[in-house]
Ligand binder design. Sequence first.
Ligand SMILES: [Zn+2]
Ligand SMILES: [Zn+2]
Length: 368
Amino acid sequence: MSRVIGHQAILRELRALAMSEDPPHALLFSGPDGTGRTALAIEYALLLNCERLHPSVTAGASLFADEALSELGTRNSELGTPCGECRPCRLITEGVHPDIITLGPGDTLCRPRDGESHPKHPDSRDIRICQVRGLIDLAARFPFEARYRTIIIDPADRLYRDGVAAHTILKTLEEPPGHTVFCLITAAPEALLETIISRCRRIDVRPVAKAEVLAGLLERGVDPSLAERCAEQSRGRPGRAIAFAAQPDLMGDRSRMLERCARVAGESVGERFRYANDLAERFRKDRNPVLAEVDAWEAFWEERLRRGADGGANEGLPAVLEALRAITQVREDLMVNVIPRTAFELMLLSFPRVTLDVSREEEPAAYA
Ligand SMILES: [Zn+2]
Ligand SMILES: [Zn+2]
């Protein structure tokens, strides 16, 4: 079974990079959620660490690999893919390799300043400076057993809000320790510091053709008629298709939510205020369904973004990007002390009005 659905060109690129003498130490996987960015980062970790692709190389020794070894590596690269059977392959695939670490918002790697302590923060929305401190610490040490420790930062745009964290990461990306690679993952590369982007090898991860998603699901043993529906509804996002296959109910909820988004996006300011109020009311009673609705809005605008690129959406790229930023903002706002109703109103006002008729299109500024 292929671990990654679709993305053949990217896989070829990652293979070439991983087998080269000096593999890049910072990769930026940029693309919408669910397209396979994390699966590709894991694949890079496998390519760097599979014992059959890099025979007789023990932990740490790769730094001093001689010519013979790198020749062997080059030959093996033609054989292709990670074996999936050696110890590193198995541990990485099972998600239990001690040197493959995912850093996201929360507690992972939290390391308070020397002599200080602070309460745990499993629900924080940002990757905090204490985590970056832990990351830098970790990166300075040799891996436990990996040829290359792999640190996946997901989502990397969560570093952005904390200027100090972003700056500290930057210094590490500038002079990366030889035995560590960073895989940054983001749906919003424009939210990253330009200086971070410029230090990364950028891999643009686009939605996958429906036929490939379908083939991937069938390969995973999903019932053909269910697989067909999941592939259709996932809109090129294999990760979402796999989630749908595991829990088909999600598809119904999601398509209802997307229909609602489309309706609200075409409505007047007054209607939008009513909807914002409704969201706030429901949020007060139960946050999770409303947060799922915010996710649906994100999917809605990302879809418009794609259609815009194909000439099919008329509200314009800047307006759609603004809408996506407003969604990031509302999530932030809901975590802190902003009154939910105000937060939702601001979000709705930042959305452009979607019309099928270009002549009736309104500028988002008209709502301000
Ligand atoms: Zn292997
Ligand atoms: Zn902390």
